[in-house]
Design a protein around this ligand. Structure first.
Ligand code: HEC
Ligand SMILES: [Cu+2]
Length: 252
């Protein structure tokens, strides 16, 4: 009894280590946003390039996919990497990997999601670092996601309430990401990506910040999902002053 017990214990520790690793991307992972919708996949690179039904990633570099759906439940399936993750309408899910072999592989939606579910597929292309940089320059040098997020922040007038010097009593958003927030109903929540997203979409509900009035408008259905991702990246990068993107921190 003791020998099989010790053997299973070894497998348990081995498996648990792999499981924890698979859930914790390294901090230097490159974040690519994946948005599923009926019936396509859209991917956004940190430098601003976006692509549809195609995903180009560099080899040897940890890549984290931040996944969300704009409508129904989808699932991103990367068989060559043995990976699959649900794309949910109201919550970010994530997946990380470090590809070690170049090539072109299939990617699919693996959740029945409507009429054209079977057409919701594309290619995963793994490139060497050099080829990836080359691919980026040929895919349109656009604004970085953070800079694009800052433009969205301005376009929707978040700053009229949230900037330094605003006459409206609203909390400052600099350094909010990752911090604990006290809500009016006495709960304390951590301002993670899901919280920021929900707060922007449905600010009132049960997410009112302690000590403030319900005046923030709801942006659900107003800001499209890909712009929300950019806006959140801007808020995350913002460690000092919102509305002052020219100062190093915000454009980092
Ligand atoms: C009309 C003024 C107004 C506008 C416009 C506005 N907000 Fe707010 N916002 C508030 C107020 C007031 C609060 C605090 C009360 C609450 O939690 O709803 C708040 C709270 C927040 C919080 C939670 C902060 C915390 O400490 O809990 C976030 C995040 C936020 N706003 C982001 C945004 C973003 C992003 C935009 C633009 C898309 C925006 N707001 C537009 C007034 C505004
Ligand atoms: Cu789908």
């Amino acid at each position: 009894m003791l020998i099989p017990f010790l053997l299973t214990l070894i497998f348990f520790v081995w498996g648990a280590r792999l499981f924890v690793m698979s859930k914790n991307p390294p901090p230097d992972a490159m974040v690519i946003e994946a948005i599923g919708r009926q019936w396509m996949w859209k991917f956004q690179h940190p430098t601003g390039q976006s692509e549809i039904n195609d995903l180009h990633v560099p080899m040897g570099q940890p890549v984290k996919l931040r996944i969300i759906s704009q409508d129904v439940i989808h699932a991103l399936y990367l068989p060559a990497l043995r990976m699959q993750m649900a794309a949910l309408p109201d919550r970010y899910t994530e997946l990380w990997f470090k590809a070690d072999k170049p090539g072109t592989f299939h990617l699919y939606c693996s959740e029945y999601c409507g009429t054209d579910h079977s057409a919701m597929d594309g290619n995963l292309t793994i490139l060497s670092q050099g080829d990836y940089q080359e691919w980026l320059t040929h895919s349109g040098a656009q604004q970085s996601k953070v800079a694009a997020g800052k433009a969205i922040y301005d376009a929707y007038g978040c700053g009229t309430c949230h900037n330094e010097g605003s006459t409206v009593k609203a909390p400052k958003l600099a350094g909010l990401y990752g911090r604990d927030v006290r809500l009016a109903d006495g709960r304390t929540v951590t301002a993670d990506e899901d919280y920021l997203r929900e707060k922007i979409r449905n600010p009132n509900g049960n997410r009112l910040a302690e000590g403030y009035k319900q005046i923030m408008p709801s942006f659900a259905g107003v800001i499209p999902e890909d712009d929300l991702g950019r806006l959140i990246d801007f808020l995350k990068s913002n460690t000092r002053t919102v509305g002052d993107a020219a100062s190093g921190e915000a454009t980092r």
